[in-house]
Each structure stands twice: as C-alpha cells, then as structure tokens.
Ligand binder design. Sequence first.
Ligand code: ZN
Length: 262
Amino acid sequence: MKRCFLLAVSGLLIALLAGCYTVPETGRQAFNIVPVGEELSLGEQEFLQIKKQEKVSQDPVCNAQVQRVGMRIAKAVGSDLPSAKWEFVVFESNDVNAFALPGGKVGVYTGLLKLAETDNELATVIGHEIGHVTARHGAERMSQGLVAGLVGAAVTVGTQDSRNRDLWRVAYGLGAAGVMLKYSRDEESEADYIGLRYAARAGYDPNAAVTFWRKMSASNQKGADVPILFRTHPSDAQRIANLQRWIPQVMPLYERARQEYE
Ligand SMILES: [Zn+2]
C-alpha cells in the first residue's frame, strides 16, 4: 500500500510538471495532461452516439446555413485545432442548443436557428462553442479529475479505460440528455473571447455577439421555457459588458476578412 501511494504521488508530480497547454488566442497556461489523441477519439465516439440518438435534420436551408457559417469559422480556427476533422450537423429539435466536441464535431439544433436569425449571430454561437474546444476546457477538467484520482487509484480496483471514460463523460457533462456541460464563469468568458476572434476572422460582424446574448437574456427573463443553451451557458450583464469591451479589438480582423468574403 505504501509503495502504491509513493507511485501515485510521483505520478502526480510528473503530471504536474509535464501537463501544460497554452490556450490559443488568450495565451493562458492551462494544466492539461489528457493526450490530444485520446480527447479526439472520445469526441468522435460521442458524436457518433449523439447522431444515433438524435434526429438529424434534412432541411436543406438549415443545413446550408450551418455548413456555410461552420466552414468559414473552421478556416478561421486553422491551426488552433490542428487535427480537426470538421463536421457540422443540424439536429431537428425545438431545443435552443448547440455544442462542439473535440476534433471539430459541431451540433446545432433547429430551435437555435430560430433564435440566431442571421449568419452573424450563428457565427457567434459556433465560434463560442468551438472556443471551449480549442481551449480544451473538458480535458482541463478531466486532468484535474485524473490528478485527484491518482491517489485514489492506488486503493481502488477497476479498469483504467472504463474509469477514464466515466471521468471524461463527467468532465464534458455528457449524459443521457445529450451534451449538458455547465461551464464556469471563467470558461464562459474565455470561450466568448476566443469565439469573438474566430467569428471576426471569418468575416462575421462581432456586434452580433451582443445582440445574440441580449436575446438569450430576454428569453430567459420570460421564465417559462429557459433555453438549454442558456442553462448551460449562463449569461449576465458582465458578459455583455466584456463583449462590448473586446469588440473594438477584433474590428480590424473583421474588416480584413469581410473584404476577403465580399
Ligand atoms: Zn459556453
């Protein structure tokens, strides 16, 4: 038992020393010991599962819009997600929801398309969701969980694979109800900043981020049926104030890209 404990502690030290990831666009140094390859394959498996569970929309207008905006954002993301195999899928559902998984797997619900009426607003949402992925927020949580679990691993018996998978699902907030991760305020703010830059670099008006989150706020205040996206990405006045403060910084990116897409 004593030896196991020592092994766990030395593993912990190695992990702490080795695990650092520089978040693109913000430059934040994040603790991350999840191998990118593992994250990608888990993201792919999960996306396959969701496509089996949910109804994939065949609506040509919705699909064309999500592909059009998605591929432009993907181009703007570029080397921030080097091993992406981009996929943009529309799900038929009144839920106001969208998500992105590692590897560039993006799902948008038709309910969200009714609220995010323009390409600019849709770019805000897709950019933000991909921001969580390129920042590797899920893997960061999983890393913290793995380190916490290392000491525990010395005393519990179980297959490493199944434990990792459970940990991953918890870190990403995945469950029977689909992707339902509640992000922290810091994670939300970082994804907002990253997403704003992606949308601007893709030639979408960054001001749409403010109109979109105001609409989300307004629909939340109506009370009865709070959009899923709002439940998992809580908004407040501070968020909109931050976005307004960052918009002038990204306007030159937007102006340059807009000429390219005109
Ligand atoms: Zn978010």
